[in-house]
Design a protein around this ligand. Structure first.
Ligand code: GTP
Ligand code: MG
Length: 353
């Protein structure tokens, strides 16, 4: 079997967490599986890819462009995995992306006929997004929330650990009613719940290869995309003396960014802060919007002296302002911890350009 599935879904819906949990589960119970993290950026190191590899997943990244536009590179990568004995490969697309059903699935089917078995086109959604869609309060991003789901053959309602039984059922019923072409499965990637069902749906099912009209490139698309900026920083931070608490450092950084974005009246759907020590200990903090609690996704087990840091931010904020907030947070918090910085990479991208 040479199965391939795209995992779409909005920023922070849990694509990376689900791909990590699913590929580990599938490898342990069924057969070798691997994941590809895809995002934009010129030669950047994605926090998602590094986090997956530090966590022991079979993972790699494609950057520079959305997998929508690099079918050949994707096909080479997939063939590499299948040659190694993988039977299931999953890749995400950027969390604000739409159109992968057409560009990736139809692109692969047309350029490499019969080479890949395309699994149901999978879209992750979290309860918060369902709530926004149900109440019609998706704002500027409503087009993206909805269109991603319109593309789905399989909708995975993730983060069900945050819902009670009735809330989960209500969301599943609403999703089935509004996206009748899709199968809906409720899971919690964090708790490892529902992975067998997803694994079965991907290996047994097939892509519908529907061609829904999603208004790609149209006014609503331009309006939603025009708001989005991405920013990447990669650096090394070495403490001048003794050691420091890496978990507190990452949390302070996230708080400083949260405050900066809030004061500027902007939005930050996802900030990822990943850091690791040369011996392999690592920590990760996620901020999903200014209104939600900052999440310590993975804690350093020991005090730190010398860390490599990847900061990836996706925001609805002008890129210059985003840069000022992020670089300001990095400098002021690193000063507080008496860290000497070597910055390897800083890059900002405005999606509307
Ligand atoms: N409570 C809960 N949180 C989860 C679950 N899955 C993921 N998360 C958290 O949600 C946040 C975002 O998860 P990611 O997997 O990074 O989301 P993503 O869709 O890959 O985000 P982008 O790469 O920005 O598009 C992280 O803090 C995760 O720990 C889940 O099942 N339950
Ligand atoms: Mg991700």
């Amino acid at each position: 079997m040479k199965k391939f599935a795209v995992f779409s879904g909005f920023l922070g819906s849990g694509k990376t967490t689900t791909m990590m949990a699913l590929t580990k589960y599938h490898t342990a119970h069924h057969g070798k599986a691997a994941m590809i993290s895809n995002d934009l950026g010129h030669g950047v190191s994605l926090a998602d890819d590094r986090f997956a590899r530090l966590s022991g997943c079979s993972a790699s990244q494609i950057t520079d462009d959305c997998i929508c536009y690099v079918n050949e590179q994707l096909a080479d990568r997939l063939n590499g995995y299948y040659d190694e004995g993988c039977e299931l490969v999953v890749s995400d697309i950027p969390g604000f992306g739409v159109g992968a059903l057409e560009h990736v699935y139809h692109g692969l089917a047309e350029k490499f006929p019969g080479q890949f078995e395309l699994a149901p086109f999978t879209v992750l959604v979290e309860p918060k997004t369902v709530e926004l869609l149900r109440s019609g309060q998706g704002g500027d991003q409503e087009y993206l929330y909805n269109t991603q789901l319109v593309e789905a053959d399989l909708i995975v309602l993730n983060k069900c650990d945050l819902l009670d039984k009735a809330g989960r059922e209500a969301d599943v019923v609403w999703l089935r009613e509004h996206y009748p072409e899709a199968e809906v499965i409720a899971i919690s990637a964090r708790e490892g719940e529902g992975l067998e069902e997803v694994s079965q749906a991907l290996t047994r099912g097939q892509a519908s290869m529907r061609r829904p009209d999603i208004g790609y490139g149209g006014e609503a698309f331009q309006h939603a995309m025009g708001k989005i900026s991405e920013y990447y920083i990669q650096y090394r931070a070495v403490v001048c003396c003794n050691d420091f608490d890496g978990n507190a450092y990452l949390l302070d950084m996230a708080r400083a960014v949260q405050d900066g974005i809030r004061e500027a009246g902007q939005l930050i759907p996802h900030l990822k802060l990943l850091a690791w020590e040369p011996e392999g200990d690592f920590g990760k903090v996620d901020l999903i919007g200014t209104e939600r609690e900052i999440e310590v996704t993975r804690r350093f087990e020991r005090p730190c002296t010398d860390i490599a840091v990847i900061l990836n931010a996706s925001a609805a904020c002008p890129v210059d302002m985003l840069e000022e907030i992020l670089v300001g947070a990095m400098n002021s918090i690193s000063d507080k911890y008496q860290l000497e910085l070597t910055v390897f990479k800083k890059e900002g991208l405005a999606m509307g350009d």
